[in-house]
Design a protein around this ligand. Structure first.
Ligand SMILES: [Zn+2]
Ligand SMILES: [Zn+2]
Length: 361
């Protein structure tokens, strides 16, 4: 056991409290990572607000980077001191999904209640999203981490763990966009900006960003959007289709609002696909006209974590960053200490486009 400082959620909708908690040593196949950075994702906030339920008390945080500080038995290819990105994608490697190249759909359940965290009195502390990264250290499966070079700043590396792979992966893995195709990205936040960058890298002809705030459309243009459309109008899809000259081949919904899913098919060209990335709260439903989708050979496709294979896709993304082809520094709005986490979360809730990052040193 190691005593670490963590931001603990005791009740939904309440501020986190910074406390000392116990972290067990890694089991076989697991590693301990001493974190340098953890970004705040909207998924953390949905959980913290109780939108998806779950066990309490809990430690959230799942977009992290740090250095290996302890190895469980049987771990190969990593050593103490290695810089790694820590993701929430815990994959067994042997289930049907893992064996068919879809580790994000791993069918082997992981119970965060039986994870490495506990309160100092020995009572249960839930490791949320198989990570618990609003803490100085995490213990996770080796399959959740990817080694990166020492040249990548840790704040930047933390973003790769979730928002970046989710946005870029939705384009290249879920939509499988080809050069010359047209994209619409609904929501120009942390994930949306990465879907925009992904579409640019994939060779999209035109990329329309759709958002409620004009300043976020300006940022979207800096990340590669060719047009911006305000979502506050009656029929933003008409403006988007005017910008494209047609409907879109791929529409990425990167916000967790059920209403955005209801209108997303309106942006599509014949044969186009809606890629469903943002996750509304449990129970939130949206509707669409099935006949229209059938008549135009259109599809709605869910995409969890960009359908990434982290060991394949993260080294590629890191190289894109090194070569100046992927903007990551520009995604960070501010740095905060762990003690400031409630302020950082409040700032993220204002809907600002970019990521707030907790630094542990
Ligand atoms: Zn996330
Ligand atoms: Zn599996």
């Amino acid at each position: 056991m190691t005593l670490i400082k963590a931001a603990v959620a005791h009740a939904f909708g309440q501020p986190l409290s910074i406390e000392e908690v116990e972290l067990a040593h890694p089991k076989p196949g697991e590693v301990e990572v001493t974190l340098d950075a953890c970004a705040i994702c909207h998924s953390d906030i949905t959980y913290l607000d109780g939108g998806w339920g779950g066990s309490l008390p809990a430690v959230y945080g799942h977009e992290a980077a740090g250095r290996i500080s302890r190895l469980g038995d049987g771990v190969t290819g990593l050593k103490p001191g290695d810089a790694v990105v820590v993701t929430l994608i815990r994959s067994c490697g042997t289930c049907a999904s893992c064996c068919t190249g879809r580790p994000t759909g791993c069918e082997t359940a992981y119970d965060g209640d039986k994870g490495p965290l506990s309160m100092p009195d020995g009572s249960k502390l839930h490791q949320a999203m198989a990570s618990g990264a609003f803490a100085e250290r995490v213990v996770v499966a080796q399959t959740q981490v990817v080694k990166i070079g020492d040249d990548i700043p840790m704040d930047v590396a933390s973003l790769i763990a979730c928002g970046v792979i989710t946005g870029v992966g939705a384009v290249v893995n879920a939509a499988q966009m080809r050069p010359g195709q047209d994209a619409v990205v609904i929501g120009a936040g942390g994930v949306g900006l990465n879907a925009i960058q992904g579409a640019r890298i994939a060779g999209a002809r035109r990329i329309v960003a759709v958002d409620m705030l004009p300043e976020k459309l300006d940022i979207a243009m800096e990340f590669g959007a060719t047009h911006g459309v305000l979502a506050t109008g009656e029929t933003p899809w008409v403006e988007a289709q005017q910008a494209l000259g047609r409907g879109a081949d791929a529409v990425f919904v990167t916000v967790g609002a059920a209403g955005a899913y209801t209108t997303a098919p309106n942006y599509l060209a014949s044969g186009g696909k809606v890629i469903m990335v943002g996750m509304p709260a449990t129970g939130a439903a949206s509707s669409y006209e099935a006949g229209n989708l059938a008549a135009a050979s259109q599809a709605m496709i869910g995409s969890k974590m960009g359908d990434v294979v982290i060991q394949r896709d993260i080294p590629w993304i890191v190289d894109l960053y090194r070569q100046g082809r992927l903007k990551l520094d520009e995604l960070i709005s501010a740095h905060w200490s762990l003690e400031q986490i409630n302020e950082a979360i409040a700032d993220t809730k204002t809907g600002s486009a970019k990521r707030n990052v907790i630094l542990f040193k």
